[in-house]
Design a protein around this ligand. Sequence first.
Ligand SMILES: Nc1nc2c(c(=O)[nH]1)N[C@H]1C(S)=C(S)[C@@H](COP(=O)(O)OP(=O)(O)OC[C@H]3O[C@@H](n4cnc5c(=O)[nH]c(N)nc54)[C@H](O)[C@@H]3O)O[C@H]1N2
Ligand SMILES: Nc1nc2c(c(=O)[nH]1)N[C@H]1C(S)=C(S)[C@@H](COP(=O)(O)OP(=O)(O)OC[C@H]3O[C@@H](n4cnc5c(=O)[nH]c(N)nc54)[C@H](O)[C@@H]3O)O[C@H]1N2
Ligand code: SF4
Ligand SMILES: [Mo]
Length: 742
Amino acid sequence: MATTHYRSCSLCEATCGVAIDVDGDQVVAVRGDDADPFSRGYICPKATALADLHHDPDRLRHPMMREGTSWRELGWDDAFDLVARRLRAVRAAHGPDAIAVYQGNPTVHNLGLLMHGQVFLRKLGTRNASSATSVDQLPHMLAALSMFGDQLLMAVPDIDRTEHMLVLGANPVVSNGSLMTAPDVKGRLKAIRARGGTITVIDPRRTETAEIADRHLFIRPGTDPAFLLSMLHVLYAEGLVRLGAVAGFTDGLDELGRIAARYAPEATAAATGIAAADVRAVARAFAAAPRAVLYGRIGVCTQELGGLAAWLCYAVNVVTGRLDSPGGLMFTTPAVDLLPLARRVGFDGGHARWTSRVSGLPEFGGELPVVTLPEEIETPGDGQVRALITSAGNPVLSAPGGPRLEQLLPQLDFMVSVDPYLNETTRFAHVILPPTSSLEQSHYDVALAGFSVRNVAKYSPPLFERGPDQRHDWEIFAELAARWYAPGGPLGKLAVRAARRALLALAPEVVLELGLRAGPHGLKKGKDGLSLAKLRAAPHGVDLGALEPRLPGRLNTPDHRVKLVPAIYVADLARLDRRLAEWVAPRAADALLLVGRRHLRSNNSWLHNSARLVKGKPRCTLLIHPRDAATRGIADGDPVRLASRTGAVVAPAELSDQMMPGVVSLPHGWGHGRPGTRTQVANAHPGVSANDLTDTGFVDLLSGTAALTGVEVTVERAAAVRDSAHTGRDDDRAGAAASSPP
Ligand SMILES: Nc1nc2c(c(=O)[nH]1)N[C@H]1C(S)=C(S)[C@@H](COP(=O)(O)OP(=O)(O)OC[C@H]3O[C@@H](n4cnc5c(=O)[nH]c(N)nc54)[C@H](O)[C@@H]3O)O[C@H]1N2
Ligand SMILES: Nc1nc2c(c(=O)[nH]1)N[C@H]1C(S)=C(S)[C@@H](COP(=O)(O)OP(=O)(O)OC[C@H]3O[C@@H](n4cnc5c(=O)[nH]c(N)nc54)[C@H](O)[C@@H]3O)O[C@H]1N2
Ligand code: SF4
Ligand SMILES: [Mo]
């Protein structure tokens, strides 16, 4: 007899409601939950992966210990003791910075991991902590910190009420939205047009989002700051500037005008590839719309001047009166307010308080950029990294310098990974601690609610009883913390026991209940206030209404004013000016610029082990404009060799006039089939890794964020794409590819 369970999908930021039909211990169907007030029945094809992941025979169910190249199962207690002992030994011999940490993207979707993971990992006292933040949204966080006073106070497009949306460097129709939690974002975009509004997309590729927009303009990768400054130039020159609701508490309006005056559209057109007349038209349309919002996402922030670009995206919204205004860029009122909690565990508003040992890149929020990881392992001296903890991350595929990591990770004294898979990164660990599957865990989107286009709250209890002897992520970290923080000596065992008890009492539900009660929809609202019991009684979720103005109350700058022109950005304009001159200089005739893309059936590096999601024609292809292909003698489907300063791969070409001439696109997250991994399906559909081409030396120096877009590459016809379980890499990288754990 099948039963139906309702919960949130935890796979991407859209948080869709799913109805999961279960027979015994088997999922028989994953459907959209029509009664979810936020997603109203929408799901994307990835939702079925919730079942595939749970049932995946490759998913690890016991702690694993590596001996040479073979693995054996280990009891949990022995595993925790071993990890704590080995980490302690590294710390005792080499100091706190010798232990590096990398936390990956799924952390954000996992309440228990967010809490207990941070308590342990952010309090280790190492400077070498990093996360996917620095290959992702860091510049938006830096802008939020410097303009609004808190790095988590990122503003969200009010997509349901806007009448004009200007999209830069985002493809929400495929990514389902990011820093904009909006289930069925495609439906919401179409609704803008249905109510008479318009959408403009600025992107080096005519994306799936551009296809449903009114207007699309190509932009040369990495030049968004120049385009945005020219947009500001027009707004100021034509008297279109007005602060609206934030006029009484915003500083820097005149200063921004003086800066923008230097970047007339005519002065940037050659660099950006956007004609001056088009810049003017875009700026005028944006200012003229009664309600408008500029939304910039990963394409603008993971670029060499990504810090400037993220700041300018907010700035355009502010000077056109869109900030904190319905239909513009707004702040959420989440049921659990993470901001004060996050400050306690180290998201404490820091930027550049220290710099990395080897290349001097800035700290942000207590972390160093992940591009520093290879060099910090490689470079001898005080503070050299000797051990690594990864949690929910796969930096070998997801960060620049992946091939270098493959060579360096085997040299570590100790590595532990908290991860359900033996994949490209975790195969180098000495111990893998696999958590329960997401269907065995309860779920509450404590982080994403902060970026949601409506205020909503939804709690999902575990669907399945956990398997025998399984641990949740949060329990794993609670156990590690108990062992780590307890004193040594004869008191050690007692102290560990007491600490364990205290930490394991802090189940996600306990923290959630406290958070809900203390939050803006909690006790303050009297007997109508939210509580965990109320959420349990509402399995489809609770709608808490449209976004509401939150300023100036929500600001956390010292004087509670919006800082339109933080000094760090003014100082960084010199880098833009230098690049502006270089961008117009003729490029080496054969150089193309590489950008990335996403696919609806894929999610970063870790959903390729679902047969249902990878079937069909290969997705890891190089999109290239027919003209660029023709000059290189490349036909559709031909294998092409793609080489950058740091590496080379071979992938099939896919000719497409979606591409801006001079720009090619390769998705990231592929490059499976590496030796020693245990992901059968993914290994049969390996693709190649875009991060074999990206460059740890190509970074936004202001924020430390990797420049994943605009990487210079050459492309030529190759002899053949090697098939089946291969790395797809070119021969000169074969050494790195073959490196397997010692
Ligand atoms: N070239 C290029 N590189 C990119 C990007 C790009 O656009 N271009 N995008 C970047 C972006 S936006 C991101 S967010 C990063 C992602 O970078 P990462 O977070 O490093 O990589 P993922 O592929 O998301 O890997 C997630 C890992 O978490 C594990 N996992 C999944 N669920 C859980 C869980 O519940 N608990 C635990 N403990 N582990 C879990 C998976 O098995 C997998 O090993 O990649 C970045 N890299
Ligand atoms: N299906 C699916 N959904 C996902 C993910 C996934 O892997 N697959 N990953 C999730 C994650 S972790 C994230 S962070 C989000 C990201 O969500 P999005 O930000 O929407 O990410 P992308 O789809 O990569 O879109 C980035 C766009 O930027 C463009 N671009 C590249 N360089 C430039 C540039 O210099 N300037 C401009 N203006 N545009 C540029 C690219 O062509 C691309 O269309 O998606 C999330 N959702
Ligand atoms: S868009 Fe797809 S992957 Fe994202 S939450 Fe919805 S169903 Fe899950
Ligand atoms: Mo991301």
